[in-house]
Ligand binder design. Structure first.
Ligand code: ADP
Length: 434
């Protein structure tokens, strides 16, 4: 700047024209500035290396220093982030579970080695492919677009039908997804052997237990039995009846789990036939309250009758068991919804189910934490039977419950199981006045 002023003064002195000297000096200054900026731009382009700094004086030297400093901080951060990502990739790659990252278009961004041998996703070739083109299982596709992050599904491996995979999809960031798959074939096999063992043991126990019960019944009719002997026989009979119920439940559970019904499999059974047997079974168990049943007379189900009856009996039995005294108003309703599905609803106003217990109530042997549950006899198998029998018929079970206010259990049978007779009149029956 000082040099420019001096040059201008010199020009003025030599030429005597102030304005022309000023204009000439300014033009020269602009050209010089442009040259320095071009040098700066070239230095930035070359990667801001310290060894290539072309000027270390004046305002440009300050700018270069700041830029160099910022660049250094930025590259240090970049290196650290790269290290973290590399370490993360190494860790995820070492996981035994298949892991796949999907972008918001459901295209594969990254996958690890187990994804190759569990799901057949190639770590290099399949990057950028839509996952729905590679895994076409309908349940997987439904789960992929479902907004629910909580559930997880079990699938046959797409590359080995003897392996079962447990798949979990988690959404993160901007609609990205992390898919993880674990091989649970060993666990499945163990569960299967356990189920087979329980089914076989129950089967073997059934006959001796029936004989014991028969003998106990004969003994209880014995006239010469002492008072204490009669008491013992009564207690033994009670326990053997309890064991018989448990064994029957275990056998029924293994029967409903044995296979899945095809859509056209089953026997046409009117709701009236089902309800006739349900009313007989629950009538003997009801001691308190009122149970009312409603069903359209024209409706029938394509089903296994004994299994649908057992769904109704278990739900009504529970409704009665878990209703506080004097509050046992129970409704059993059958109706056809607007999608043509046959729906069974059992509603009580009893103790309800806590939020903590709700996710577990259909697990086998689970018993609720409510104090009333401790005083009520049960095996924790009733709802497991209901869920499995419903699933076998392609039906779904849902539960709506509030603590101390009551519960509603809904079983929805698919429309292909709903059959009609000509008459459309509803039949309302009060099964038991209690
Ligand atoms: P169990 O009745 O033999 O305990 P279930 O499988 O039928 O076994 O039920 C599991 C648990 O679910 C029960 O222990 C109880 O805590 C809860 N439950 C089931 N039905 C009801 C109901 N209608 N009201 C309140 N709790 C219920």
């Amino acid at each position: 700047m000082l040099a420019a002023v001096l040059i201008m003064l010199l020009l003025w002195l030599v030429s005597g024209a102030l304005l022309a000297s000023l204009a000439l000096t300014l033009a020269g200054f602009v050209v010089w500035l442009y040259y320095r900026l071009a040098c700066l731009e070239a230095w930035l382009e070359r990667g801001t290396k310290l060894s290539e700094v072309y000027d270390d004086r004046g305002i440009f030297a300050e700018i270069i220093r700041h830029l160099y400093h910022q660049r250094k901080i930025h590259s240090r951060r970049k290196k650290r982030t790269k290290d973290i990502i590399r370490r993360l990739h190494r860790n995820i790659a070492a996981l035994p579970d298949a892991t796949i990252l999907l972008n918001d278009q459901l295209e594969i961004e990254w996958s690890n080695a187990p994804a190759q041998y569990l799901l057949g996703i190639d770590q290099r070739q399949d990057i950028g492919q839509r996952i729905s083109n590679l895994i076409r299982h309908p349940e997987f596709l439904r789960y992929l677009i479902s907004p629910d992050n909580k559930e997880q599904i079990e699938l046959e491996s797409p590359i080995d039908n003897s392996s079962t995979l447990q798949i979990k999809i988690v959404r993160f960031g901007r609609n990205q997804r992390l898919v993880s798959a674990r091989n649970i074939s060993d666990q499945k096999q163990l569960q299967e052997s356990l189920k087979n063992f329980v089914a076989n043991a129950s089967h073997e126990l059934k006959t001796p237990l029936t004989t014991i019960s028969g003998h106990l019944e004969m003994l209880s009719d014995e006239k010469h039995l002492s008072k204490s002997g009669r008491k013992s026989v009564k207690a033994a009979s009670q326990q053997s009846r309890r064991m018989q119920r448990l064994i029957n439940d275990l056998l029924l559970l293994s029967q409903v789990e044995s296979y899945q019904l095809q859509p056209n499999e089953g026997v046409r059974t009117s709701l009236a036939e089902i309800m006739a047997n349900v009313s007989t079974a629950v009538d003997s168990n009801c001691n308190d309250g009122v149970l009312s049943c409603t069903y359209p007379e024209n409706l029938a189900l394509l089903c296994i009758k004994a299994e649908v009856e057992s769904i109704c009996i278990n739900l009504v039995d529970n409704a009665i068991k878990y209703s506080a005294e004097g509050n046992a108003e129970i409704q059993l309703q059958w109706f056809e919804n607007d999608r043509g599905e046959c729906v069974l609803k059992v509603t009580d106003h009893g103790i309800g189910i806590s939020e903590r217990d709700l996710p577990y109530i259909t697990e086998r042997y689970f018993r609720g934490s409510h104090s009333l549950t401790a005083t009520v006899t049960g095996s924790g198998l009733g709802l497991a039977i209901v869920k499995q029998a419903a699933a076998k018929h392609g039906a779904t079970l849902s539960v709506n419950s509030r603590l101390n206010q009551g519960s509603t259990f809904t079983v929805t049978f698919p429309s292909y199981r709903t059959l009609h007779k000509d008459s459309k009149q509803d039949n309302i029956v009060h099964l038991a006045q209690l």
